[in-house]
Design a binder for this molecule. Sequence first.
Ligand SMILES: [Zn+2]
Ligand SMILES: [Zn+2]
Ligand SMILES: [Zn+2]
Length: 150
Amino acid sequence: MTQHHTPEPAVTTPAGSPPLRDTRQRRAVAAALDASDEFRSAQDLHQLVRDSGERVGLATVYRALQAMVDAGEVDVVRSEAGEAQYRRCDVAHHHHHLICRGCGKAVEVEGPAFEEWADAVARQHGFVDVRHTLELTGTCADCRRAGGAG
Ligand SMILES: [Zn+2]
Ligand SMILES: [Zn+2]
Ligand SMILES: [Zn+2]
């Protein structure tokens, strides 16, 4: 009932992007992820989606990726340059990655000894709900045979 005489603030809606009409775009992004075994940057995925004939903006791709990461559907790692890279992974099962710096190939690995160490250190310092990220990068056998990466 209280009427405020608040003058309409001059909101500049950036692109006027509708909130949850992205499902179709999101599917396209998911399909692009499914099509690749390697970690891909948002830019790469954006290109893949466009190649598939879908008209999607890069911002939408970022949003879709973030939503999938939040939902635990997609794994994200940082490249050496600090760029986020995405891959469809078995996120229900905790694992780590061994990533080739030459070709981007990613192998899923487990590190039971590392997990134990992390748990022990956390316990020792009274920490609970501890999370960690550990990514290993190197040159894969193929790239090594091809004369080394870079
Ligand atoms: Zn993974
Ligand atoms: Zn490689
Ligand atoms: Zn771990």
